[in-house]
Design a protein around this ligand. Structure first.
Ligand SMILES: Cc1cc2nc3c(=O)[nH]c(=O)nc-3n(C[C@H](O)[C@H](O)[C@H](O)COP(=O)(O)O)c2cc1C
Length: 330
């Protein structure tokens, strides 16, 4: 019988399927259902830096409206809000940990390394198995350099790693001027894992009403290719774990990511579309494929087709159609 277990962030997972941070993982009931259907771990819906800071600011405001508060009182607040959202988030971690046996990965969505980092310690105390940091600022500021934009990633990682012993992963976007260098630097700076790549909400235009509207919320089944490329390129160049995400909708695309070198995959859109029961279908299909191929363990084939190990390393870096597809016809 093939064994689907894999190691991600130092956590032993029973199979490579993690349910990605989303509304699918925002309650204990949903997490229990995901576990019952075979999910190997879940990443909780992110708590957002803006939410944390907003609650801290509200408290400040409440305090300043009280005339008997001395200015020094603020020094004792140590930036820690007595908030609802934060408390709710920590309660979700504790209750989820008590209710299921799969790893619970907390998630913080942030845009700076400022006041929020105390929360990493609270998340660790609440019992989370790991922390995923979803960091992204769209680089639209014409006056900011690449270094200024990218240094924040290392600062955030450094701040958080100083505070916790938990495994910490960075969920990153593909939009970097030197992605390979950046991931290597995150790896060297102590990241336990990278999650490639976050998928962002993008605006769309309604040409009939001449308005902006909501773009596609869920990914499509062909969206996994860019992730596949970078998992393959980076697998043998970094030591940290790699989770592949975006557009992974089938057992076939999961197997491809594993062959390229991912340690695990994170799924959201397809679970929204098909429901949690689909996880069981996916694991069964991976099982049958492994049996057919004669693989007993995930490690028997994981990374077998990374850039360094594949029969055609150049394919990972091939981006122009001109030379290779000159005679392409439909
Ligand atoms: C409705 C929805 C909500 C999401 N919320 C979050 C979130 O709070 N934090 C986060 O890091 N990613 C979030 N994501 C991104 C997913 O975790 C995932 O990385 C992305 O959707 C790509 O995977 P997919 O193609 O399987 O959907 C969300 C995605 C969807 C569709």
């Amino acid at each position: 019988m093939p064994n689907l277990s894999t190691n991600y962030l130092g956590l032993e997972l029973k199979n490579p399927i993690i349910v990605a941070s989303s509304g699918l993982t925002d309650s204990v009931e949903k997490i229990k259902e995901l576990e019952a259907n075979g999910a190997a771990a879940v990443v909780l819906k992110s708590i957002f830096e803006e939410e944390i800071i907003m609650e801290m600011d509200e408290q400040m405001l409440n305090m300043t409206s009280r005339p008997y508060i001395y200015p020094e009182t603020f020094d004792y607040m140590s930036d820690e809000p007595e908030e609802d959202l934060v408390r709710k988030y920590l309660r979700l971690i504790k209750e989820a940990k008590a209710a299921v046996s799969i790893p619970i990965i907390a998630s913080i969505n942030c845009v700076s390394s400022q006041k929020w980092t105390y929360l990493a310690t609270e998340i660790e105390k609440a019992g989370a198995d790991a922390l995923e940091i979803n960091f992204f600022v769209l680089p639209t500021d014409l006056n900011r350099s690449v270094d200024e934009n990218e240094n924040i990633y290392y600062e955030v990682l450094k701040e958080v790693k100083k505070k916790v012993a938990l495994p910490v992963s960075l969920k990153i976007s593909p939009y970097h001027s030197n992605l390979a260098h950046m991931v290597k630097k995150l790896d060297d700076s102590g990241a336990d894992g990278v999650v490639m790549f976050n998928r962002f909400y993008s605006p769309d235009i309604d040409i009939n009403n001449l308005t902006l509207n909501t773009g596609q919320v869920l990914s499509g089944a062909y969206d996994f290719k860019n992730t596949l490329r970078w998992v393959g390129i980076l697998r043998d160049r970094v030591k940290c774990s790699i989770a592949a995400t975006t557009g992974i909708h089938s057992s076939e695309s999961i197997i491809k990511q594993l062959l390229a070198g991912a340690d695990a995959v994170q799924l959201a859109s397809i679970i929204y579309k098909e429901g949690p029961g689909y996880i069981d279908t996916l694991t069964k299909e991976i099982y049958s494929w492994m049996e057919k191929q004669g693989f007993e363990n995930i490690s028997d084939f994981q990374g077998k087709l990374s850039q360094d190990k594949s029969n055609d390393p150049a394919a990972f870096e091939r981006v122009q159609f001109m030379k290779h597809f000159r005679n392409f016809v439909m």
